[in-house]
Design a binder for this molecule. Structure first.
Ligand SMILES: [Zn+2]
Length: 463
């Protein structure tokens, strides 16, 4: 590969930075919260916006695929180089809710620059990262007639709710499986300007438990102390989900979990990750969790169970002296290799049902998002990606896992047997899913350069 096409694409990206920032601002301004039924029109608008953008750039066969919920987009672009490998790029345009809005330092749907960072819902998850891919392609179309790989693009608008329509979309579009590799940029690097290639994602199961103790809320003076209190019962159930060593106390929870391998634990221990700095960055006094594992190990190579929220009784301002009749907790479990999400979900439900006192009624249910997935650490695309990232960022690229979940990665693997290169371009403390989501301006600038280099590397060597 000569340097010339790469240089020209870099120059083009630099010259068009303002246009690219304007486009990100437009996409972020569309409040495409997929979990909120009231935002369905906005989700469709984001999908149509991306479809129009793909057509403007020069993609062919841009198709909006209708589903029972939110539409998706597929498109393709042929490389000018005959016999080039084909890469499927997956991204999503839906976002998480922005509540609590009062905690945002700037309006969530307005991209705002502060401290060399871009703030706004979706700047990193995943609108900003998806646009980095489109920018890299546009630069290569403008300067070299196209990328040195054939591209297939799949844009989801249901990722944040578990991609429920994706299995049907893949079944209806078997051509999406006729690719050599999947590339997904929807995860963090190791830190600001600390590039990394991911090789594993955890799985995800949700659960919800409701305790019903009374026909309705009661006066705490006339009834309190003599009747079951749903909030107190639920608190005890939730507290019983972990033991004193921070292990999940659900029988069989760890049964199928793959044991950590020593070589990998040594590699993780060598990563330039400082737990104290990480904790300070998120405002935590200390780390907690399963005894015997580091913070990275707890979030990357071990399964976990979190309480996502508890609702019961009076939560408004001022006192209201009641005995709550009902209480609900939302839980989620992140899984590792070899754990079957259905088995884990059922075990958690059984544990909750079996732990409730006779004084209350309890209902519990689970819903599966995805099993865990990984790509072999020696996959040929990993070295190519590490080289591309290192050249674009001027820093060594590390090999990392991600504790999060992208359902599409598991679905593409089970539907078509495809491996995925996890080329995350965000940051671990980027506040994704939380107020003040941000993306480093450096990543906004250098991410598309890394992708230009990736397409060149894969074009020369994937087959
Ligand atoms: Zn995402």
């Amino acid at each position: 590969m000569s340097d010339q096409p790469v240089r020209a694409a870099f120059d083009w990206l630099q010259a068009h930075e303002q246009q690219d920032r304007d486009r990100l601002a437009k996409l972020v301004a569309i409040p495409s919260v997929s979990s909120d039924p009231a935002s369905a029109e906005a989700v469709r608008e984001a999908v149509e916006w991306v479809a129009a953008e793909l057509r403007r750039i020069g993609f062919a066969d841009v198709t909006v695929y209708e589903t029972p919920l939110h539409p998706a987009v597929t498109a393709r672009l042929a490389s000018p180089i005959a016999g080039a490998p084909t890469v499927l790029v997956y991204g999503h345009v839906d976002v998480q809710p922005v509540e609590p809005v009062a905690e945002w330092a700037s309006p969530p749907f307005t991209v705002t620059e502060r401290d060399a960072k871009l703030f706004g819902r979706g700047v990193t998850d995943d609108k900003g990262q998806l646009l980095m891919h489109l920018r890299s392609v546009e630069a290569l179309l403008a300067t070299a007639g196209g990328p040195p790989v054939n591209l297939v693009v799949l844009v989801d608008a249901e990722e944040e709710i578990g991609s429920p329509s994706l299995p049907a979309l893949l079944a209806d579009n078997p051509w999406l499986g006729e690719v050599d590799l999947v590339v997904v940029s929807d995860s963090p690097m190791l830190g600001i300007n600390m590039p990394a290639v991911g090789y594993s994602l955890r799985g995800l199961v949700y659960a919800e438990v409701t305790v019903s103790a009374l026909a309705g809320d009661l006066h705490s003076g006339q009834f309190g102390g003599a009747v079951p209190n749903a909030a107190a019962v639920l608190a005890e159930l939730v507290a019983g989900l972990h033991d004193a060593d921070g292990r999940v106390a659900v029988e069989g929870f760890y049964d199928d979990a793959a044991a950590a391998d020593d070589a990998e634990r040594a590699m993780l221990a060598d990563l330039p990750f400082d737990e104290r700095t990480w904790l300070d960055g998120i405002g935590a006094r200390c780390g907690t969790g399963e005894a015997g594992y580091s913070a990275l190990e707890r979030t990357w190579i071990r399964p976990t169970l979190e309480v996502n929220g508890i609702v019961s009784g009076h939560t408004g301002p001022g006192p209201k002296t009641i005995v709550p009749a009902r209480a609900t907790a939302k839980l989620s479990m992140r899984l590792i290799a070899d754990q079957d999400p259905h088995r884990v979900g059922q075990r958690v439900v059984d544990h909750l049902m079996g732990s409730a006192p006779e004084s209350v009624d309890i209902t519990a249910d689970y819903a599966v998002s995805s099993r865990a997935v990984s790509t072999p650490r020696d996959h040929p695309s990993t070295a190519v990606a590490a080289e591309a990232l290192a050249a674009a960022f001027g820093r060594t690229a590390y090999l990392i896992r991600d504790g999060g979940t992208i359902p599409a990665v598991a679905l593409l693997q089970s539907a078509f047997g495809l491996d995925t290169l996890l080329l995350g371009l965000g940051c671990p403390d980027e506040n994704k899913h939380a107020p003040n989501e941000w993306l480093p301006l450096d990543h906004f600038r250098l991410g598309p350069r890394a992708l230009v280099l990736l397409w060149h590397g894969l074009g020369g060597g994937l087959r």
